[in-house]
Design a protein around this ligand. Structure first.
Ligand code: AMP
Length: 221
């Protein structure tokens, strides 16, 4: 079955709503890159860059990295050649300022966002999911100790790398990240709904494959 043509997509949702898992599936299906500002910061932290050092202080507290920094790196990334045929934004925009900057930037280039998927998951479930989340230290693939276990405990199915807990996935930081989401990012739901771009995806189905089917349906609509 053919998927819809426009491929400038956004995955919106609280931490732990399954954005990373669905991003990996969608980019595989559509052949477009996923752009995760969180991943870009984690790579910079691992390489010890100035950007990494600056971002880490905010990330460790579960706070947002300031708009000016995030906007610059996200817009620069979507201007790269591999994003020309489309991209999937995972974790950006997270504030109305970021969303406005994204829109201005795309409009100036004669481009636009085609669809925004909201991953809908209740707060109690988010905390439960994040506390069991494990990520591959080499390729960043995401697992859950009970919901999405790897074939071999502690190791990535894709590249064999060791799995570990993210530094900002400790319960107190998680609760702060959810509060930050509700205060800063939740308003983007109405923002994109008014632009008739929003598709609500039930993130509480039986598993990631069922959630992915919903996203595919919304893509074709
Ligand atoms: P994520 O991997 O998307 O959960 O992002 C991890 C952390 O990186 C967040 O808790 C923020 O501190 C920071 N971050 C990632 N993306 C953004 C963004 N769009 N705006 C502000 N901070 C961000």
């Amino acid at each position: 079955m053919t998927e819809r043509k426009g491929k400038n997509l956004i995955l919106l949702g609280a931490p732990g709503s399954g954005k990373g898992t669905q991003a990996a599936k969608l980019t595989g299906l559509l052949g477009i890159p996923s752009v995760s500002t969180g991943d870009i910061f984690r790579e910079n932290i691992a390489r010890g860059t100035a950007l990494g050092k600056e971002a880490k202080a905010y990330m460790d507290r579960g706070e947002l990295v300031p708009d000016a920094i995030v906007i610059a790196i996200a817009l620069e990334r979507i201007d790269e050649a591999d994003c020309r045929e489309g991209f999937l934004l995972d974790g950006f925009p997270r504030t109305t300022e970021q969303a406005d900057a994204l829109e201005r930037h795309l409009t100036a280039a004669g481009r636009a966002i085609d669809r925004v998927f909201l991953m809908d998951v209740p707060t109690e479930e988010l905390v439960r999911r994040i506390s069991g989340r494990r990520v591959c230290k080499d390729c960043g693939a995401s697992y859950h100790v009970t919901n999405i276990p790897p074939a071999r405990e502690g190791f990535c199915d894709l590249c064999g790398g060791a799995l570990r807990k993210r530094g900002d996935d400790e319960e107190e930081t998680v609760r702060n990240r959810i509060e930050v989401y509700n205060a800063n990012t939740a308003p983007l739901v109405a923002y994109y709904d008014e632009k008739k771009l929003l598709s609500r995806i039930n993130g509480m189905t039986t598993g990631p494959d069922v959630v992915f089917e919903e996203i595919r349906k919304a893509l074709r609509a």
